[in-house]
Write a protein that binds this ligand. Structure first.
Ligand SMILES: *[C@@H]1O[C@H](CO)[C@@H](O)[C@H](O)[C@H]1NC(C)=O
Ligand SMILES: *[C@@H]1O[C@H](CO)[C@@H](O)[C@H](O)[C@H]1NC(C)=O
Length: 499
């Protein structure tokens, strides 16, 4: 007996009923599928277009600015380039045997965007909690990419006589650049231009922090403020939280909305994702692979075609106060019989999709659910918000303290994952009597779906090729404990999910 992770076309081809279904789906639809979770369907594919302000032909109000339009992050870096180009041009020919001024100034930018230099604009150094370490790593990744793009960006047209007033933002120069910018090659207004360039780049780096695939995000810009200075209030709020406490899901969501969908509410009840005019943003664990803690994924998809902008809300706003249902009965099994991963019964997923729940009210928010169609003819659906929460609160064994195990569980209670997914017991499932509950799973999507069904307090993720004793020191030191055995691997902040 075996649980097979399906949606693998090879096995689908053997089932005649599936051939017509797959063919019909391919012929009629423009579905958006995630590549790493067995082709999980997330709405319709949406072909976004970034015009980089080409359609806005009105003159700019100042010597430099961005035209209204939709930009990729790289197009924004190119949009900032005239500021730097004008400075480099005015500094004149580089003396022989010296580092070119352009290189020196971009080295300065690299130091501003690093997280551990004297010139850092966002200084984050260890020891850090995992939420801030995630932001630090993100800041470094994005900073390197932006500097790389800036080094590669070829000078287009710029006004060599450009001049503007740039309020001091406290971005520091490296000592060699102090000599360059205040020495005899420079003129006072050049520092203003370079300051504006640094500030726009810093704003962009920070604005992209919430997104795992930051390079793909399509960003609307209007002429509210110079360049992307309209993002300053959202940035101050987000960074204050990160620097004084830690990063939270709600803070990251509010910041992502400030960038992409400022019209949507971003209060506490405003959910875990949203659709906006140029795509959809959902928690990045859905992209599969090594999963992060709080980061989001931009998807070129539309889930609700009846609306332009909607928030995706948790079905249970406050999971703690949701009624707790009892987990369906499992089989008590002595631990001696569970030395290795058990043979389990054959069930497969025929199709998996994320869709709008029919419980959604018509308003600016929707409930999404993960819908699994199983090969036993049954369907099951689980609130996506609760899955996201369950994933954030889960305990992958790699994060468990490496300590001597003194207490072994003599008997486990083994459960069939499908009986849990199909349980009609309302609310979030737990076990009043305590116990260590083991749910053997092979399919990543079933593991994720379970995270949305169980009360998310003491749920451990154990890879299928590891032994149950590894789960002893993971999670909380009390019962009930739920161990999802299989469906994930070690890695990432919250496990690796792929198939
Ligand atoms: C939602 O769909 C389920 C089955 O898919 C159905 O039982 C239920 O009545 C529907 N609810 C509403 C409000 O339409
Ligand atoms: C389990 O499999 C992973 C590869 O997916 C491997 O790196 C790891 O060492 C394996 N663990 C054990 C205990 O065999």
């Amino acid at each position: 007996m075996k649980i097979v992770g399906l949606l693998k076309l090879t096995s689908a081809l053997f089932a005649p009923s599936m051939i017509s279904r797959v063919a019909a789906a391919m012929a009629s639809e423009n579905l958006f599928r995630l590549s790493s979770l067995g082709g999980l369907i997330v709405g319709q594919h949406f072909q976004g277009h970034s015009d980089a302000g080409e359609r806005d032909t009105k003159p700019l109000k100042e010597a430099w600015g961005l035209r209204a339009g939709v930009y990729t992050p790289r197009q924004l870096v190119e949009g900032f380039a005239p500021l730097l180009d004008a400075v480099v041009f005015r500094l004149g020919t580089d003396p022989p045997n010296s580092k070119p001024a352009r290189t020196q100034l971009l080295d300065n930018l690299a130091a501003n965007l690093a997280t551990d230099t004297r010139e850092s604009t966002l200084r984050l150094v260890e020891p850090l909690d995992i939420s801030r370490r995630e932001i630090k790593d993100q800041a470094n990744r994005i900073g390197k990419t932006l500097v790389q793009w800036a080094r590669e960006s070829s000078s287009k047209s710029f006004n060599p006589d450009m001049s503007l007033r740039s309020p001091c933002e406290g971005h520091l120069l490296t000592s060699s650049n102090v000599d360059l910018m205040f020495g005899n090659r420079a003129a006072p207004h050049l520092m203003q231009l370079f300051n504006e360039y640094m500030h726009q780049m810093v704003l962009l780096r920070d604005a992209l922090l919430p997104f795992q695939n930051y390079q793909d995000v399509l960003i609307p810009v209007d002429r509210q403020a110079r360049g992307i200075r309209h993002l300053e209030p959202g940035r101050s709020k987000f960074l204050a939280e990160v620097l004084t406490k830690h990063a939270t899901q709600q803070g990251i969501m509010a910041y992502a909305k400030a960038l992409l969908a400022p019209g949507l509410p971003s209060n506490a009840g405003a959910g875990y994702g949203f659709q906006y005019a140029h795509g959809t943003v959902l928690p990045a664990f859905l992209a599969g692979g090594s999963t992060p803690l709080h980061l989001l994924q931009y998807l070129p998809a539309k889930i609700d075609e009846s609306a332009t902008e909607v928030s995706f809300e948790y079905k249970y706003q406050d999971y703690y106060s949701v009624p707790r249902g009892e987990i369906p009965k499992g089989s008590p099994t002595p631990s001696s019989q569970l030395q290795s991963y058990p043979e389990t019964q054959s069930t497969a997923i025929e199709s998996a999709a994320i869709g709008v729940s029919n419980a959604s009210k018509a308003s600016s928010s929707r409930y999404l659910e993960l819908r699994l169609e199983l090969n036993n003819g049954k369907c099951t659906s689980v609130d996506l918000g609760q899955i996201a929460r369950g994933h954030r609160y889960s305990y992958p064994i790699q994060n468990a303290p490496d300590k001597e195990i003194t207490k072994y569980t003599p008997e486990y209670i083994v459960h069939d994952p499908l009986s849990i997914l199909q349980s009609e017991n309302g609310g979030l499932l737990t076990a009043q009597e305590g116990g260590v509950h083991v749910i053997p799973v092979e399919d990543s999507l079933i593991a994720l779906a379970l995270l949305g069904k169980l009360y998310p307090e003491n749920v451990v993720l154990l890879p299928g090729n590891e032994t149950l004793c590894k789960a002893e020191s993971a999670g909380k030191g009390f019962e009930p404990k739920f161990v999802i055995w299989g469906g994930s691997k070690r890695g990432g902040i919250k496990g690796v999910f792929e198939q």
